[in-house]
Design a protein around this ligand. Structure first.
Ligand SMILES: [Zn+2]
Ligand SMILES: [Zn+2]
Length: 841
């Protein structure tokens, strides 16, 4: 029936499945027709879907497909649901890999990056995604990084960017500073190259992310995975307690400490400073100076992780100085020890050996006093003989006015002992309620070339000042030398850094550090809105229509980096009056990871990398897309399985055969009698049940079951064809709905079959998502297992609307059940949620 309506009746259709030809044809047509161009349309609800943009590493790998093609299917589904969908793509183009390659191979990062982008663009086109390429952004292009620089200046003017000398994590191999987030694992290695990180003191630019610490802990109004929220919450690491001021016995500088356990203050028998604490030199007595200096040197040689390791032997040196415990005026010695880090709290602690494991080990080693102040209910603690710290609840003792107060296991002000002591400290003016965060300000300086320049200028007279806006962007020079010196090539460039002071016009120097690439990716979703806009970072008209991002998809490895930075960035821009709302991305979903077939992370060195291009050439993009959605639960990921893709390929080919078979004149196996009498009820039920299921699976990003649901439906359609369904209204409907459901998953074959075999109006991707006919989907009957004394003996069929009593009598009426009952009266008959009948004899 379709042949006669073909556009060109004399043309003989090639009915063998040739994915390459079909896919290239439709990709070209969609592009020519601007099918996926997203423009503002006030008549439609908008849906802004973003999937994380890639680094231009050179080749699109299977992980990109795994992240992007299901996200594309979801965006396509939303479009069919009636939304005006914007689904853009771009490149996070600055960063270390390109620069490392430049050093190694002598290829300019700019050249290499833009060549890689060109290559990856081509590879991405083979995916058949609905990316709106007219919105493409490349963070390393001057029209983009002009605004990255502009945002830096904005944050600087808001007081959110500042410069300070700081011990930074430094990768000795890449010769650059790393953000804390880029230092990985227990071994504290560089995220990029795996080299153990060391400490180095440098003047650096920071963003005051900690200003938003509390707000970043609030996830109200956004639909983000619990795991990401937990990771961010732990990363920010808020703890409640008190800050307490100690003084040295000579009355010198105040020493502020933070403690989560102010209820143990009376048990503080010594203090410990980090060896880097600024007061160490001034309080150390002449007799102790040599020992202290030597200890400081050895501490500097260790990494933080070595210093903090729980099982590490505690070491330290007495400074010769004493502090006065402000709650009881006891004279307590001040030590330095490497297990106290400057980066946590204030770099000084009160040590309560009776109630803290590390302090206890330290006290025992150096013979320092141990005074219990929290008495547990079961044993009586003795400071001289106890063998471990008691870190839990009990009753306060040796604590002056607080003796007898119960300390519970609760944290912060919920603990009555802590609450009482904090109130008392505040009254006495010794301390106050305080909150400490693990979170640190964002170090954004990189001593590298391939990044957005930090648009700041230094002159002796006026200090640091931003480059005037009309001089932006500060362009990266192209003529630089590649030397892994640890200094940015910008610093070694003979002229680039020389400029004039924006205030007084005298000779001045440019900042030669560049920005962390996470700065570029903090706002790319805004640049997509108007990638070539010249009057600002984005066009307000586009912003007002498209923002916020409705669905954001990408890897969970970004939980404490990009996903936290972009939230910070949005809040800062909100406070600058540039954006609205508290959050940039309303819904977040994370895909898992595709591992190699050996169950290991894919890497060139392991030789377990799966190349999508090879798969596309062999099977076609539609099959690769379908298999990627099918082989794992998307959020979980799984090891790749080369055999498994054959199953997806078979399904796609069978789909092809099912539709094209008709035009081959083999449609109706059934006799005309069968056709006339074909009752489409079962087929319609299956179609609408599948539609209901697939709809909910798209809503919930359950891509693997979408594919299995469609596979099942196709089997039913084959059976229906055998039964003479072809030509019946149910068959026509099934063909239509099946292709609409297939369209987001396998866009090319769906288009080909829709347009050329069903002869429906182009394009299937502009069709509406079908409506479930609930009446058609309704089951007439349900099947229930019947257990007798715990063993399944029979299955019964009852109408869906059957009552409990009806189900019971149906079960007892079963011949099989009667046989097992042997005429006995059952003691109990239970119908469990219409899922099971249980008979107890
Ligand atoms: Zn490194
Ligand atoms: Zn000046």
């Amino acid at each position: 029936m379709t042949d006669t309506k073909n556009n060109n009746p004399t043309e003989v259709k090639d009915i063998s499945y040739n994915p390459t030809a079909i896919e290239q044809k439709w990709q070209a047509k969609w592009e020519a027709d601007k099918l996926y161009r997203a423009v503002i349309d006030e008549r439609k609800p908008k849906h802004y879907a973003v999937t994380m943009l890639p680094y231009p590493s050179g080749d699109l790998h299977i992980g990109h497909w795994y992240a992007m093609t299901p996200s594309d299917a979801r965006a396509r589904y939303m479009r069919m649901k009636g939304y005006n969908v914007l689904f853009p793509m771009g490149f996070d183009a600055f960063g270390l890999p390109a620069e490392n390659a430049a050093i190694k191979e002598g290829v300019h990062p700019m050249k290499r990056t833009f060549e890689n982008i060109e290559r990856m663009r081509k590879q991405m086109r083979t995916m058949g995604t609905m990316f709106d390429w007219e919105r493409e952004t490349v963070s390393a292009s001057p029209e983009y990084y002009k605004w990255t620089e502009w945002f830096f200046i904005l944050l600087y003017k808001m007081g959110l960017a500042y410069r300070k000398m700081s011990a930074v994590d430094w990768c000795p191999k890449d010769n650059t500073t790393l953000a804390r987030e880029q230092v990985i694992g227990e071994e504290r290695v560089c995220e990029r190259c795996g080299t153990p990180v060391i400490k180095k003191n440098l003047e650096q630019w920071f963003f005051k992310t900690t200003k938003y610490a509390d707000e970043l802990l609030n996830f109200d109004g956004i639909d983000w995975p619990e795991r990401v929220k937990t990771l961010q919450t732990n990363w920010i690491g808020r703890s409640e307690g008190a800050s307490v001021v100690f003084h040295t016995e000579s009355g010198g500088d105040p020493i502020e400490i933070f403690t989560t356990r102010p209820d143990t203050l009376w048990g503080a028998t010594f203090m410990v400073f980090s060896p880097e604490h600024p007061l160490v030199d001034s309080i150390t007595t002449p007799e102790q100076k040599a020992a202290v200096d030597e200890y400081k040197l050895q501490a500097a040689r260790q990494s933080d992780i070595e210093r903090e390791a729980v099982d590490k032997e505690k070491t330290g040196v007495f400074t010769g100085a004493y502090a006065i415990n402000p709650v009881n005026n006891e004279r307590i010695p001040i030590w330095i020890a490497d297990y106290v880090l400057m980066s946590y709290g204030t770099g000084a602690i009160m040590a309560v050996p009776a109630h803290d494991e590390r302090d206890f080990a330290f006290a025992r080693k150096y013979g320092l006093k141990v005074i219990p102040v929290i008495q547990p209910d079961d044993v009586e603690l003795n400071g001289d003989t106890m063998e471990a710290a008691h870190e839990h609840e009990g009753v306060m003792i040796n604590s002056g006015p607080f003796n007898g107060t119960r300390a519970t296991g609760d944290k912060g002000m919920k603990n009555p002992a802590i609450k009482a002591v904090i109130e008392w400290l505040e009254q006495k003016g010794i301390g106050k309620r305080a909150v400490n965060y693990r979170y640190r300000d964002w170090l954004i300086s990189r001593q590298r070339y391939w990044g957005a320049p930090i648009p700041m200028v230094y002159c002796e007279k006026h200090g640091w000042n931003p480059v005037p806006e009309d001089q932006l962007p500060v362009l990266l020079p192209e003529d630089v030398e590649w030397k892994p010196t640890g200094e940015s090539p910008l610093k070694l460039h003979p002229t680039w850094k020389n400029t004039t002071c924006p205030i007084g016009g005298e000779p001045a120097t440019r900042e030669t550090d560049t920005m962390d690439t996470f700065m570029c990716s903090s706002w790319y979703h805004l640049r997509y809105l108007s990638p070539h806009y010249a009057k600002g970072p984005f066009d307000d008209t586009e912003y007002n229509y498209w923002m916020p991002v409705d669905t954001y998809t990408g890897g969970i490895e970004h939980a404490t980096m990009h996903l936290l930075y972009t939230r910070f960035f949005h809040k800062a821009l909100r406070d600058a009056g540039i954006v609205e709302g508290n959050e940039p991305m309303m819904q977040l979903r994370n895909q898992g990871m595709v591992l190699g077939e050996d169950n290991e992370k894919m890497s060139k060195s392991r030789g377990n990398v799966i190349a999508p291009d090879v798969l596309v050439n062999r099977y076609g993009a539609d099959t690769v897309r379908a298999y990627i959605m099918f082989f794992a639960r998307w959020e979980m990921g799984a090891p790749w399985d080369s055999q498994g893709i054959e199953g997806a390929a078979r399904w796609i080919r069978r789909t092809w055969a099912l539709y094209t078979g008709e035009s081959r004149g083999e449609p109706s196996r059934g006799t005309s009698d069968q056709k006339r009498s074909y009752d489409g009820k079962n087929l319609r039920r299956k179609v609408h049940q599948t539609l209901r299921k697939v709809t909910s699976e798209f809503e919930n990003f359950e891509f693997n079951t979408i594919i299995s649901s469609l596979m099942e439906l196709m089997n039913e359609m084959y059976k229906a064809r055998e039964a003479g369904a072809v030509g019946s209204p149910a068959w026509v409907e099934a063909q239509d709905i099946y292709l609409r459901m297939l369209a987001p998953v396998a866009p090319h074959i769906a288009e080909e079959l829709w347009t050329n075999y069903l002869d429906k109006p182009y394009s299937v991707h502009q069709q509406q998502w079908p409506q479930v006919d609930e009446e058609a989907a309704r089951e007439d009957s349900i099947e229930l297992p019947v257990q007798i004394n715990g063993k399944v003996r029979d299955h019964i069929h009852v109408p869906v609307e059957a009552s409990e009593a009806e189900i019971k009598s149906a079960a007892l009426a079963s011949e099989t059940v009667k046989k097992y009952l042997e005429g006995k009266e059952p003691k109990k008959v239970i119908v469990a949620q219409k899922k099971l009948v249980s008979i107890v004899v």
